[in-house]
Design a protein around this ligand. Structure first.
Ligand SMILES: Cc1cc2nc3c(=O)[nH]c(=O)nc-3n(C[C@H](O)[C@H](O)[C@H](O)COP(=O)(O)O)c2cc1C
Length: 393
């Protein structure tokens, strides 16, 4: 087969593949749009294939393109000259393109015998390769920079927000300084009639224990040296996140999908080695992940809030948005945060009802904490800390 015929075959095959890739990109794009898919791999690859075949197509037909547009330009100029001379169009001799068939050398002088010199690289090949490489590297760098990679997490609005809201050192300073004026107090309707409600704790709540917990609940940051007992830890964990025999758990979950995981950094609990544990709600059990003194690390990761090292235990809540994404898509992360809040209030009330103290912590260095927990911060990420301990006298 002659080189020219081979080139024509490749050219035709490229055109057909380009058309197929265009159709695939359109169809997969339509599916991704209608089904609101976060990232649809087939669409991504169709797009890449389309771009690659388009570049190949232009490269293979470069001579023809250049020759044709030169010819059209010359024709236009001559037509204009003819009109200026007020001569009929037909009087202008028809221009002849320099070469209708592309030369095998891409328009450059051929080697003796009309063949391209073996091993020679044309300027066009170099330009095309450089542009393709630069485009691929640029796209890869941008995707890495903004964290959009080829998995569903990349485009999840919640996780993009999550990444953007990670505190750096400057934000840690921000957190202890107050900027601007405090916003207005809760809303009031001065002109509207007021209906006073019955006193709380009456017939509606004869037991009153939950009411006491609500009345006494506060954020406790001063802890005594007394370690927690295993009973206390078990009770706090169950009340925070336990699974009930009759089904369901101690907190509500959108779609009963339960995206929150609970880890316990044990600083001082009787009968337990210091270290990192994972809570298994179904068995109300702990699994040992690491036995080590993590007091300094948890305080450092919590923006230096030293009471995290003094608490008997620090519960670390993480969210796994993928558990909800198939149903709630971009609302998943929002629901995850709301759910973490439910667990947090459970912890507060359980601790208070047992005479213990608790404090929620939302300020922490995400990457460092995730690293300590052994989660990647993308598919599973820390969202909330809950310190629990015996209250200092
Ligand atoms: C989402 C959230 C994040 C919090 N983060 C911190 C924190 O990083 N450090 C801290 O000392 N307290 C933190 N707190 C506790 C609040 O400061 C506390 O609830 C508030 O001052 C009201 O006090 P009280 O809980 O005693 O009623 C947080 C509370 C919430 C709800």
């Amino acid at each position: 087969m002659s080189a020219r015929r081979l080139r024509q075959d490749v050219d035709h095959a490229t055109s057909v593949l380009l058309l197929i890739a265009v159709v695939a990109a359109c169809v997969t794009g339509f599916i991704a749009h209608v089904w609101d898919l976060n990232a649809f791999t087939w669409h991504t690859w169709s797009g890449y294939a389309m771009a690659a075949f388009a570049v190949a197509h232009v490269a293979l037909n470069f001579d023809r393109l250049v020759t044709y547009w030169r010819f059209r330009a010359r024709q236009g100029v001559r037509g204009l000259q003819a009109r200026l001379r007020d001569a009929p169009d037909g009087a202008v001799p028809a221009p002849v393109p320099r070469s209708r068939a592309p030369s095998a050398t891409g328009g450059r002088p051929a080697a003796p015998g009309g063949r391209r010199r073996p091993g020679s690289v044309t300027r066009r090949v170099m330009l095309t390769s450089a542009a393709t490489t630069a485009g691929a590297l640029g796209g890869w760098a941008v995707a890495r920079r903004i964290g959009i990679e080829n998995d569903p997490v990349g485009n999840d609005a919640g996780m993009v927000y999550h990444r953007l809201s990670r505190p750096g050192v400057a934000d840690a300073v921000d957190a202890v300084v107050t900027w601007g004026r405090r916003p207005a107090p809760p809303k009031e309707y001065p002109g509207a009639p007021v209906l006073d409600l019955p006193a709380v704790g009456g017939g509606a709540a004869p037991d009153g224990r939950l009411l006491s917990a609500v009345l006494e609940r506060r954020s406790v940051r001063d802890y005594s040296d007394r370690p927690l007992t295993l009973d206390e830890l078990s009770h706090v964990l169950f009340m925070t996140a336990g699974s009930r025999r009759q089904g369901g758990r101690a907190f509500p979950s959108s779609g009963a999908l339960y995206p929150i995981e609970v880890y316990a950094v044990v600083n001082a609990v009787d009968g337990l080695e210091r270290g990192l544990y994972h809570y298994d709600p179904a068995r109300n059990a702990l699994r040992v992940l690491r036995q080590a003194d993590l007091r300094d690390r948890i305080a450092d990761h919590g923006l230096g809030q030293s009471f995290l090292a003094d608490a008997g235990v620090v519960l670390c809540l993480t969210v796994i948005p993928e558990r909800m994404r198939f149903r709630y898509r971009h609302r998943s992360y929002r629901y995850g945060l709301l759910e973490a809040g439910h667990l947090g209030q459970n912890t507060y009330l359980a601790a208070t009802s047992m005479g213990l103290g608790a404090c929620a912590v939302g300020a922490f260095f995400d990457d460092a904490l995730n690293d300590m927990l052994g989660v990647d911060g993308r598919h599973e990420a820390a969202v909330y800390l809950l310190a629990v301990g015996a209250v200092a006298p």
